[in-house]
Design a protein around this ligand. Sequence first.
Ligand code: 9YT
Length: 132
Amino acid sequence: MIVRKLKDIINTDRDIKTDTWCSRRLLLRDDKMGFSMHETTIYAGTQTHICYKHHYEAVYCVEGTGEVELIPSGEKFRIEPGTMYALNLHDDHWLRADPQGDLRLVCTFNPPLVGNEVHDEHGVYAPAPETA
Ligand code: 9YT
């Protein structure tokens, strides 16, 4: 069994920080679960362009509010605690956190992230190394 605590991940190499979000990687590919699981904080008042061409991601909101806007349709979905969204179509989108506070999300990826992925200029994570 694997047991990890968020407090033991913060400020380690499993804590990935960018200008608009940080992602604490609780489970990664090496854990051999077939998916990765992260707690992601989207900083209040920010927007992030995301398009995971090589991964599926499901996201569950546990705190804060915001929205997802699909590109190019402009369709918007409110995000609040208890909302799950799944990027089953590798959906190109903007993810926004409302200015009132950070958005805290639990994210799972298939295939699992390797560890230190950050978005490229198109909001994409590279494929896992052995499939690149
Ligand atoms: C919700 C989302 O996709 N945020 C960007 C970071 C990503 N979830 C991650 O690497 O944890």
